[in-house]
Ligand binder design. Structure first.
Ligand code: CA
Length: 234
């Protein structure tokens, strides 16, 4: 789940990003409304949710919301603001925000609001994702693997391993390039490290192999990777 966070207060932005990252969200954090709009225009479909502060340099959160909805863009938006008058709330909701959180707020409340938005969203995130013999559990960050003899084994995954496997499970039997994986799973501002995908892939494969499920992710030389979930392919 990728979130666009637009917040210009450094401490608050960092705290939100840290909290969401711990909860397995992937967070692109920008501080300027104009930059945020550039992200949204070019690649909004990769986001599950957006969090806009109201007062921002460049373009306000309210304007961002209005522009999104003017384009009939359904991305769920949570507005953050110090404004708590009824008129301001109405203005935020009229602009197309889905929910509204008044500063200061606790991180537990922020997470609860985001979960509620996801439940209402068309890109609703289920508790589990099952593809072939692999089941990802979002609550426990585990993957359950059912091997050829029917035995099930649960493995704990790190955030990055979880995101990586989730990406493959959402694109089964498709060729996925290293570039696609990096763009999807690493933040836009992250340093481009050429081996980072390969290194993460090794860790994930080692873990999957330890469960007795072999190596379901094939390397297609010069092309990328492919999740192949027929047991025969091992
Ligand atoms: Ca602000």
């Amino acid at each position: 789940m990728r979130v666009l966070l637009v917040e210009d207060e450094p401490d608050l932005g960092a705290a939100i990003k840290r909290t969401l990252t711990q909860q397995k969200y992937l967070v692109d954090w920008v501080i300027d409304g104009t930059d945020a709009w550039a992200y949204l225009e070019s690649s909004w479909t990769q986001y599950t949710l957006a969090i806009f502060d109201w007062m921002l340099p460049g373009m306000s959160g309210l304007e961002l919301c209005k522009k999104l909805r003017y384009q009939k863009n359904p991305l769920p938006v949570l507005m953050l603001t110090a404004k708590d008058s009824m008129e301001d709330k109405v203005a935020g909701l009229d602009a197309g925000a889905d929910d509204y959180l008044v500063k200061p707020f606790g991180m537990a409340e922020l997470l609860a609001r985001l979960r509620a938005l996801q439940r209402r969203s068309p890109q609703f995130q289920p508790q589990q994702l099952t593809v072939g013999y692999l089941t990802l559990d979002y609550g426990s960050s585990t993957v359950v693997c059912q091997n050829a003899t029917g035995d099930k084994q649960a493995l704990s995954l790190t955030n990055k391993e979880f995101q990586l496997l989730e990406y493959f499970m959402k694109h089964p039997n498709q060729i996925v390039t290293t570039e696609q994986v990096r763009n999807q799973l690493w933040e836009v501002s992250a340093e481009p490290i050429s081996n980072v995908v390969a290194a993460q892939m090794r860790l994930l494969r080692r873990k999957l192999a330890s469960s007795g499920c072999g190596n379901p992710i094939e390397t297609l030389h010069g092309m990328g990777y492919r999740l192949n979930l027929t047991h025969e392919s091992k």
